[in-house]
Design a protein around this ligand. Structure first.
Ligand code: GDP
Length: 416
């Protein structure tokens, strides 16, 4: 059986060693091509460094990406005894938040890199908060650059205590904290002889021991989106993508917000008749008794239906140079659905450094702001809470020139 795949993100303050740790993980698992290694060796010598400068690897890849080359070594998976890990992104990349919220790339876990000399810094807090908001529940901490503090246990203890307090305040529990040196390769894949006082796992062992593979949400109530509707000779075929739960042929289905109901007469996956579909499957459905259905409707079982909502509170992250204020009317997109919503109230803006609500609620939200906002839909819509149904609880705000903001639903109110 091929190993399960796990997607990771690397988070942490600038210069604490994210790129170096990615380079080290890829190097140790022999995922860097020889040609690239030669370049790194040459560059490291040129800089007079004794070790390989892995940060150069990522910098040079970034350059290549800008230059339009598609060599993407960073996305090469590395294999351990248990999993095939892919580092999908760093929050420094502009597309990170958007990809996470739109579901283009979903990470199951994050590695938080903290320099042993500097400890917790602004971006340490920002990135961790972002990871939490985006629903990443599994976290490992790498206290990096242990070589710079002579592998001292006392300093490591100080840093890990403050990290522990910070993580507990965000609701992360029992997070492994591993002292290591990405540059020297101590405690990454190989156990360090320099820190005999440390009895815990190496980073690779820590990943394998702590991370649970992604679980398809089959135990949840059924939810899915209508993607398309075709009208071939034999009637109407509705293409639906299952997001949560299991879709079974023969069952009664309700479409929301239109409220139409019908029984599935036939279900096809890749042209073959099937009697079940799981999250991720796009199936063609033939119905008894369904009239007009358009793209964007949500399917569910009548016993536990997707309901139209009155209003919702979302955590909104502004991604471009727009200004968002009360009473603005925005178009939001979730799954294949679109709806116009009015901003009822900006409730609070987060202070990105202290991670608390700012005292003054701003009149307008600008690029980079993170805020709690109440929306009321002008067209009927069936969002869900992100914590309960992630694919139905995240949305993007579409402006004239593309995506301007992204959000996740924290709370919603149904009509009384
Ligand atoms: P990033 O901004 O978080 O990606 O940080 P980089 O990986 O670019 O590292 C910033 C600097 O710290 C570079 O000069 C690295 O060579 C250095 N560095 C990274 N990890 C270590 C380490 O474990 N020990 C030491 N001494 N330096 C490190």
């Amino acid at each position: 059986m091929s190993p399960k795949k796990v997607n990771l993100v690397m988070i942490g303050h600038k210069d604490h060693g994210k790129s170096t740790l990615i380079g080290r993980l890829l190097y140790d698992s022999e995922a860097i091509p020889e040609q690239k290694l030669r370049e790194i060796r040459k560059e490291s010598r040129r800089q007079g460094a004794r070790e390989l400068k892995f940060s150069y690897l990522l910098d040079s890849l970034e350059e290549e990406r800008k230059g339009g080359l598609t060599i993407d070594i960073m996305h090469t998976p590395f294999k351990t005894e248990k999993y095939l890990y892919t580092i999908i992104d760093c929050p420094g990349h502009r597309e990170f938040v958007k990809n996470m919220i739109t579901g283009a790339s979903q990470a199951q876990a994050a590695i938080l890199v903290i320099s042993a000399t500097e400890g917790i810094q602004d971006q340490t807090k920002q990135h961790t908060y972002l990871a939490k908001t985006l629903g990443i529940q599994q976290l490992l901490v790498a206290v990096n650059k242990m070589d710079q503090i002579d592998y001292h246990q006392r300093r490591f203890r100080e840093v890990s205590e403050s990290v522990q307090n910070f993580l507990t305040s965000l609701g992360f529990e029992e997070v492994p904290i591993i002292p290591l040196s990405a540059l020297k390769g101590e405690n990454v894949s190989q156990r360090s002889q320099k820190m005999p006082w440390y009895k815990g796992p190496t980073l690779i062992e820590g990943l394998d021991q702590n991370i649970l593979p992604p679980q398809p949400p089959i135990d949840k109530p059924l939810r899915g989106f209508v993607q398309d509707v075709y009208h071939p000779d034999q009637g109407k075929i509705i293409i639906c993508k299952v997001e949560t739960g299991i879709l079974e042929a023969g069952r009664e289905i309700i479409f929301s917000p239109s409220g139409q109901e019908g029984r599935i007469k036939r279900m096809e996956l890749f042209g073959e008749e099937v009697d079940k579909a799981e999250p991720g499957d796009s199936v063609g459905l033939l119905f008894d008794g369904v009239n007009y259905i358009g793209r964007g409707e949500v399917i569910s079982y009548p016993e536990n239906p997707a309901e139209v909502i009155e209003d919702f509170t979302a955590q909104l992250i502004v991604l471009t140079e727009v200004q968002i204020k009360n009473s603005d009317i925005l178009t939001i997109r979730y799954g294949t659905a679109e709806s116009r919503c009015r901003i009822e109230e900006i409730l609070e803006k987060m202070d990105p450094i202290n991670l608390t609500a700012q005292k003054r609620v701003p009149k307008r939200l600008k690029n980079g702001d993170v805020a709690k906002v109440v929306f009321s839909p002008l067209d009927p819509l069936c969002l869900e809470r992100y914590s309960q149904f992630p694919p139905l609880g995240r949305f993007v705000v579409e402006g004239k020139k593309g995506t301007t903001a992204a959000g996740i639903v924290l709370k919603l109110r149904r009509p009384e």
